[in-house]
Design a protein around this ligand. Structure first.
Ligand code: GLY
Length: 350
C-alpha cells in the first residue's frame, strides 16, 4: 500500500495531506534553507549526518512541551532567518508533534508545518487533525491552537524501534478509533493480534491508515470541537482522571485510555445505552491485549479528578458513551452513578 497517492483532507480552511513511505528520507525535507527540523534526542539520529539541515534537538519528555521548548524553536526559527513561507518540521512522537505544531502556529502568525510522527500514538492521533498544545501550570495540553499540518509523512517502519510501553500506549488509541467508527479495524485487532503485537509492517500500515481515515473524517466535520470531535475523547475523561491521580507516572496515556474505554462501555450499559454483549466484546478485546484494568485508586478519588478535568462544561460531568461501534453519544452523568459503576468494575477485574 505504501507509495499510494497521499490522502487529502480538508480541515476548516486548511488542507492536510497524509503520505505513507517505506522509510523517512529526511534529505527530502532538509534541502531547503528555509526549513527547521525539530527533533527530540530519541529521533535526532534519523537524518544523515551529512545533512546541512537546520535543526533543534529538545530533551525528550513532557517537560519540553512548554514555553521553554516553544521559545527554543521560535529562537532557532528566527536566527535561521525563516520567513512566513519557512517550514517547521516536527519529527517525533506526540510531544514533538504537538510542540512543533504549536510553535509553527505562532511563528510569524503561522508558518508552514510538516509532521513526521514516529510513535504509534502520534501516527494515529497527535499528528492528525490540527490540535497543537503545550502543558501549562501542571495541566496537560492546557494552552494550544488549531493548526493542521500541510503534510504528514508516515513510515510505519519507525515503529520497530518504539519501546513496548509506548507501542502499547498507541494501541489504546487504535482500539478507541476502532470503537468510534471502524468495525473492520475491530475485527483486525481481534483476529490478527499476533501480527499486530509483532508490529508486522503490512498490518501496521493498514491499522494506521484506518485510524487516520476515521479521525480525519470526524475532524473534517468539526475542526474546532464544537460537536462530534468530542467523540474522540471516548474513554479520555476516565483516562485523564487516572493519569492525574497517579501523577502521570504509573499509567501511559494509551494504557489509561484502554482502561477508560472499558469504564465508558460499562457506564453505557449501566445507563441502558449499550447492550451487555457490546460491553463484553470491548472488555474482551482490551483484556486480550493485556491491558491492566485495575486502576488501584479509590473510585471517589478518580471521580473527583474527573470533575476538575478541563473538558467539563458548566461544572457537569459530560461523558462520551456508546450504544455500539460507530454509535457514539455525549451524556451528562451523575457523579455518584460513576462512583458506583467504578466500584463494580474494580470487583470484576481483580
Ligand atoms: N486527540 C483528540 C483530538 O484530536 O481531538
Amino acid at each position: 500500500m505504501t507509495g499510494q497517492a497521499p490522502l487529502s483532507y480538508r480541515f476548516g480552511e486548511y488542507t492536510s495531506k497524509v503520505a505513507f513511505f517505506p522509510s523517512i528520507d529526511t534529505k527530502r525535507l532538509s534541502g531547503d534553507s528555509g526549513t527547521l527540523l525539530v527533533f527530540d534526542k530519541n529521533t535526532a539520529g534519523i537524518p544523515d549526518s551529512s545533512q546541512p539541515a537546520l535543526k533543534v534537538v529538545l530533551p525528550p519528555g513532557e517537560r519540553s512541551k512548554s514555553w521553554v521548548g516553544t521559545q527554543r524553536i521560535l529562537r532557532e526559527a528566527l536566527s535561521a532567518g525563516l520567513g512566513r513561507d519557512g517550514l517547521i518540521v516536527g519529527i517525533g512522537g506526540g510531544m514533538i508533534c504537538d510542540l512543533a505544531a504549536f510553535s509553527a502556529s505562532l511563528f510569524m502568525r503561522g508558518c508552514r508545518l510538516f509532521l513526521v510522527p514516529t510513535s504509534l500514538l502520534a501516527m494515529v492521533d497527535a499528528a492528525v487533525g490540527g490540535k497543537t498544545a503545550i502543558n501549562f501550570r501542571g495541566y496537560k495540553n492546557m494552552v494550544g491552537t488549531f493548526y493542521p499540518a500541510e503534510q504528514i509523512w508516515i513510515a510505519v517502519s519507525a515503529l520497530r524501534y518504539l519501546p513496548e510501553r509506548e507501542f502499547r500506549s498507541g494501541l489504546g488509541e487504535v482500539i478507541k478509533t476502532a470503537l468510534l467508527g471502524d468495525p473492520v479495524l475491530f475485527e483486525i485487532l481481534l483476529n490478527r493480534r499476533e501480527l499486530v503485537l509483532a508490529r508486522d509492517s503490512a498490518i501496521m500500515e493498514e491499522l494506521v491508515r484506518r485510524c487516520v481515515e476515521v479521525k480525519a473524517r470526524i475532524v473534517e466535520e468539526d475542526l474546532r470541537e464544537s460537536g462530534e470531535r468530542a467523540f474522540l475523547n471516548l474513554g479520555h475523561t476516565f483516562a485523564h482522571a487516572l493519569e492525574m491521580e497517579t501523577k502521570y507516572r504509573l499509567w501511559s496515556h494509551g494504557q489509561a485510555v484502554a482502561w477508560g474505554l472499558v469504564q465508558a462501555a460499562m457506564l453505557s450499559e449501566t445507563l441502558g445505552l449499550a447492550d451487555p454483549s457490546y460491553t463484553a466484546a470491548v472488555q474482551s478485546l482490551i483484556r486480550s491485549y493485556g491491558f491492566d484494568l485495575q486502576p488501584g485508586r479509590k473510585p471517589e478519588s478518580v471521580v473527583a479528578a474527573m470533575q476538575v478535568d478541563k473538558k467539563k462544561r458548566r461544572g457537569k460531568l459530560r461523558l462520551v458513551l456508546q450504544r455500539g461501534i460507530g454509535d457514539t453519544v455525549v451524556r451528562e452523568v451523575d457523579p455518584l452513578l460513576i462512583v458506583e459503576m467504578l466500584s463494580r468494575s474494580a470487583r470484576i477485574f481483580p
